[in-house]
Design a protein around this ligand. Structure first.
Ligand SMILES: Nc1ncnc2c1ncn2[C@@H]1O[C@H](COP(=O)(O)OP(=O)(O)OP(=O)(O)O)[C@@H](O)[C@H]1O
Ligand SMILES: [Mg+2]
Length: 469
């Protein structure tokens, strides 16, 4: 703002200075033309009295020509004053430049200057604050016989110039003040949203993510405010998810620990138990340790995926082979539970991925399908290829997932039926790991399910580009 103001003031000052100069020149040239004509007329009239050395006639000519405020001097060829309207320099020699030029036959000369405080010695009549002009005109045509010096003083020209200058300065001050006010207002208008945004950011760095900035209008600042608010929403939800995750994780870890503590205390403080009972307690403790181990393992997996590092073993893989391997590993479990498990590969597809990570995906999905399907049910795994994508479906005829739970099954630690899932050993981390891995591979996962009819998990993975080439 200050920079603009400075530029404006300098520009205005330059314009007004130029204007004052132009007006001054105009006033001066008007005056000079008139006065030079008068000087010429006087020089013509002085020609014969000067030639005839008629001092009386010269003096009266000088006096009449000088009028109230001027002065007229007539010199001979040597610059000696023959007549002075003020009768001060009679007989003295003028050595002024103007006179010399007129006497040497170089023609008329004139010059004007301003007289400040104190007046001027040249005119002896000039008051302070006036303009003095000196005209020197040769007397006597081709070969001059002398010179006539006409000195005028005028306050009007000077005063009008001064008046213009004062007016200009007043305008300059007024315009500056107006510009200052306007730019103050405009900069307020522009900086207020920035100040608000800044406040929001400061609040956020203090850890308060609930703050939102006001959105006004539709300009760039409004867009910035909208983007900032969106970012706040996202951070707030991430912050909530994080604390939720920490509390869930602590709770999940605490449960087996509490169980173990009770079991161990019973073993410690009870009178000698029979060996069968002791073994049963120890078996339970061992189970809880396994559970702790699997939770911590899952958490470490999630941390690994969250860190965003691409797994080192990314390479083109046959999806059918991966599905087959997992099928073989889970077949015994399915058989034990009386579930029929089948794999149908409609088309071979290669994907670029990590074998270990994708194994986790398929293993978890098939494991869930078996876990949440009752005896006599079936689990069918399909592989298709569509629009350069591998489409993997894991379809079961199990208990299904209620509509309201479906959006949450991929959340960390989310279990539909808490009690039963814990019995089956689940932590609720399986599907969140699955989702993270699928996203990491540039894929997509969704669930369709109907309670008591079964669930279908569909995974889409982009086909490996090498396969296309
Ligand atoms: N095929 C399925 N049929 C019915 N419910 C399912 C199915 N797959 C998952 N669910 C529900 O979604 C929840 C989350 O599944 P997820 O695999 O994340 O956890 P989990 O199986 O309980 O434990 P984990 O897989 O970590 O051992 C499960 O607890 C279960 O309620
Ligand atoms: Mg699971």
């Amino acid at each position: 703002m200050l920079a603009y103001l400075l530029i404006m003031c300098v520009a205005f000052y330059l314009v007004s200075a130029t204007l004052i100069r132009l007006v001054g020149e105009y006033l001066f040239s008007q005056k000079a033309d008139d006065e030079l004509a008068a000087a010429r007329a006087m020089a013509a009239a002085a020609e014969s009295p000067l030639a005839g050395r008629d001092a009386e006639a010269l003096w009266s000519l000088a006096r009449d020509g000088a009028g109230q405020t001027g002065r007229v001097l007539v010199t001979d060829l040597y610059g000696t004053v023959q007549a002075d309207s003020l009768s001060l320099l009679n007989g003295a020699r003028l050595s002024r430049r103007e006179t010399a030029a007129a006497l040497n036959g170089q023609g008329e000369t004139y010059g004007c200057y301003f007289v400040g405080e104190g007046g001027s010695s040249v005119s002896a009549r000039a008051e302070a604050d006036s303009m003095v002009c000196v005209y020197a005109v040769p007397v006597g045509g081709e070969t001059p016989a002398g010179a006539l010096v006409y000195i005028t003083t005028s306050q009007t020209a000077y005063r009008s110039l001064m008046r213009i200058q004062t007016q200009m300065l007043t305008w300059l001050a007024l315009v500056t003040a107006a510009v200052m006010l306007i730019s103050l207002f405009v900069s307020r208008f522009f900086t207020r949203p920035i100040a608000e945004l800044n406040e929001g950011i400061v609040e956020m760095t203090r850890g308060d993510f609930s703050n939102r900035v006001r959105v006004r209008g539709k300009n760039e600042f409004a867009q910035l405010a909208v983007a900032f608010n969106m970012m706040c929403d996202r951070i707030e939800s991430l912050d909530k998810a994080r604390s939720q995750f920490v509390s869930n994780a602590s709770h999940e870890l605490k449960t087996p620990l509490s169980t173990m503590k009770i079991l161990i205390e019973t073993l410690m403080y009870q009178d000698p138990m029979d060996p069968g009972m002791t073994r049963e307690f120890l078996t339970d403790i061992n189970k809880e340790i396994d559970r702790l181990n699997s939770i911590i393992g899952d958490l470490l997996t999630l941390v690994g995926i969250d860190s965003g590092e691409k797994p080192v073993d990314m390479k083109p893989l046959s999806v059918a082979d991966l599905l087959n391997d997992n099928m073989r590993r889970l077949q015994p479990l399915a058989r034990e539970r009386g579930i029929e498990m089948t794999l149908s590969v409609r088309e071979q597809v290669m994907v670029n991925g990590s074998a270990s990570r994708l194994t986790q995906v398929f293993y978890n999905l098939m494991d869930n399908a078996i876990k949440y399907t009752g005896r006599g049910g079936s689990v069918r795994v399909e592989l298709n290829r569509r629009e350069k994508k591998a489409i993997i479906r894991v379809i079961d005829t199990g208990i299904g997932i209620p509509k309201e739970d479906q959006p949450h099954v991929f959340d960390r630690f989310y279990r539909v039926d808490k009690a039963r899932s814990r019995e089956t050993g689940g932590t609720g981390l399986g599907l969140s790991i699955v989702k993270q891995i699928v996203l990491m591979h540039g894929g997509h996962i969704e669930v369709a399910s109907e309670e008591n009819k079964g669930s279908t998990f569909t995974v889409e993975l982009p086909e490996s580009p090498r396969e296309n080439a």
